[in-house]
Write a protein that binds this ligand. Structure first.
Ligand code: NDP
Length: 462
């Protein structure tokens, strides 16, 4: 039986980072993966999604190029060609992940891992290797990094619908699609399918999309859906999905309305992957369906840790990577490095991306009184193309200290731009620091350093 200093279950973004950093610090490391090297982000998440977002953008770009003098037509979109090109890139990345691990001396195990006891793991057959002969290893430290999986709503006919895992491999693009849920996945795929030419119905139970984001930003997004041809069905939920005799689907909503569509897509959240891990054999505590951990990713059992989506903290790839990195350093480098999770920037890659860092106005006003700066304008690119889409930008400033508490944006390159602003918010820079920074002209980004007149003052609300 092989013995390791560290054994990681799950080779997604967090698990791979943890394994590599530990190995670089001299630990003997093993890692098991049952399904995809690189995990959700590389195979069924961030990476293929972003490639599809790019694909969707070209439709509008081709149309806009004509206004700029190019003689061109967008023509029809070839879905199969996109899927083949996307799969080729994902396959390349799978190999990159495997070779990255091998180069750092990590031992790779292909198969499904389960606990035999708190220090013993058995790796048996899994989707990647259905004939794997079970083998057991022991390790002083074990990290659970098994991620999460999308969930359907528990309603009649839900099995007729798809989830995000399926959306990456549909044999053809549905002409009509009804997306349920307006979180990250619902909003991003609404943009993708609308951009590629599908009729999109977006059904969500809140009055505004993206619960948890700044309300003014949410309003801006909610108002923009119709510009992209997306039909919103707000404050409603599906009750039943039924197949019609002609093969189409009827989605019956609790508002009494029925949406006729070709494909129902449940973007209604994800659930930590904990089944079949044998957690009871190791005594690992589970709370509300996720592995309970402390700030340092330790479970209740000494030597067993969990990182990433399986802990259901901030379920974002860079956060899982930071958690994995921090843990590996703590175990094998005794480093004191700290990461600023409270200023984790976020982006939603809708057709016009949304990005945000720091507090929303609703969160900030419970802590202090505020000065709010907002700007809404037609970006320069659209002056000639003639589109009426508006960019929205917002700064939330602490009225007492002048510190910038939150930055929110929807518009071209918002995600690219927010990464730099996240450094400013993490460094607790003040509005005065923003004001004395020279802009880059002509850009949209310069608006963040030229906002002079407050939109409103907000008193602290208890
Ligand atoms: P989210 O939690 O973001 O959104 C789930 C959506 O489903 C919400 O609109 C929610 O409504 C709705 N919903 C949940 N339960 C029900 C129900 N019973 N009836 C009706 N509606 C319901 O999950 P996603 O699936 O969109 O994404 C999962 C996670 O993946 C995200 O939280 C994010 O961490 C990550 N992700 C990040 C991306 C990025 O960084 N760009 C991209 C994609 C995913 P309500 O708001 O009312 O609860």
């Amino acid at each position: 039986m092989q013995e390791f200093d560290l054994f990681v279950i799950g080779a997604g973004s967090g698990g791979v980072r943890c394994a590599r950093i530990a190995a670089q610090h001299g630990a003997k490391v093993g890692i098991a993966e049952s399904r995809h090297w690189g995990g959700t982000c590389v195979n069924l998440g961030c990476v293929p999604k972003k490639l599809m977002v790019y694909a969707a953008e070209y439709g509008d770009m081709a149309a806009d190029a004509r206004a700029y003098g190019w003689e061109m037509q967008a023509g029809a979109h070839d879905w199969k060609k996109l899927i083949v090109a996307k799969d080729r890139e994902i396959e390349r990345l799978n190999h990159v992940y495997v070779s990255m691990l091998e180069k750092t001396g990590v031992s790779l195990f292909t198969g499904r891992a389960k606990f035999i006891d708190a220090h013993t793991v058995e790796i048996g057959p899994g989707p990647l290797d259905t004939d794997a002969t079970p083998q057991r290893i022991t390790a002083k430290n074990i990290v659970i990094a098994t991620g999460s999986a999308p969930e359907r709503l528990p309603i009649e006919g839900a099995e007729l619908g798809i989830v995000s895992d399926d959306a990456f491999h549909l044999p053809e693009r549905p002409k009509r699609i009804c997306i349920v849920g307006s979180g990250y996945i619902g909003v991003e795929f609404a943009g993708i399918f609308a951009g590629l030419g599908s009729q999109v119905d977006l059904v969500y139970r809140q009055p505004l999309p993206l619960r948890g984001f700044d309300e003014e930003l949410r309003m801006h997004l909610g108002n923009a859906f119709s510009d992209y041809g997306i039909r919103s069905h707000i404050a409603t939920s599906p009750q039943r999905v039924r197949r019609r005799p002609d093969g189409a689907l009827d989605v019956e909503l609790n508002s009494g309305q029925t949406v006729e569509t070709d494909c129902v897509f449940f973007a209604t959240g994800r659930k930590p992957n904990i089944a079949s891990l044998g957690l009871e054999a190791a005594g690992v505590r589970v709370e509300d369906g996720r592995i309970a951990v402390d700030r340092e990713s330790a479970t209740n059992i000494p030597g067993i840790y969990a990182i990433g989506d399986v802990t259901d903290r901030i379920n974002l790839t860079p956060v899982a990577i930071a958690e994995g990195h921090m843990l590996a350093e703590k175990l094998f480098a005794k480093s004191e490095r700290e990461w600023s999770f409270s200023t984790t920037p976020k982006a939603v890659f809708f057709s016009e991306p949304l990005a945000t860092v720091g507090l929303t106005e609703e969160e900030a006003r419970r802590k202090t009184s505020l000065i709010i700066y907002t700007a809404q304008f037609r970006p320069m690119r659209q002056t000639i193309s003639g589109r009426s889409r508006k960019t929205f930008m917002k700064l939330i400033v602490d009225a007492r200290t002048d510190i910038v508490l939150g930055v929110h944006m929807m518009g071209d390159a918002a995600a690219e731009l927010m990464q730099g602003l996240a450094i400013a918010v993490t460094a607790k820079l003040s509005k005065q620091d923003f004001d004395r920074t020279i802009g880059i002209h002509p850009t949209t980004a310069e608006e963040f350093v030229t906002m002079r007149t407050p939109t409103r003052h907000v008193e602290k609300q208890n």
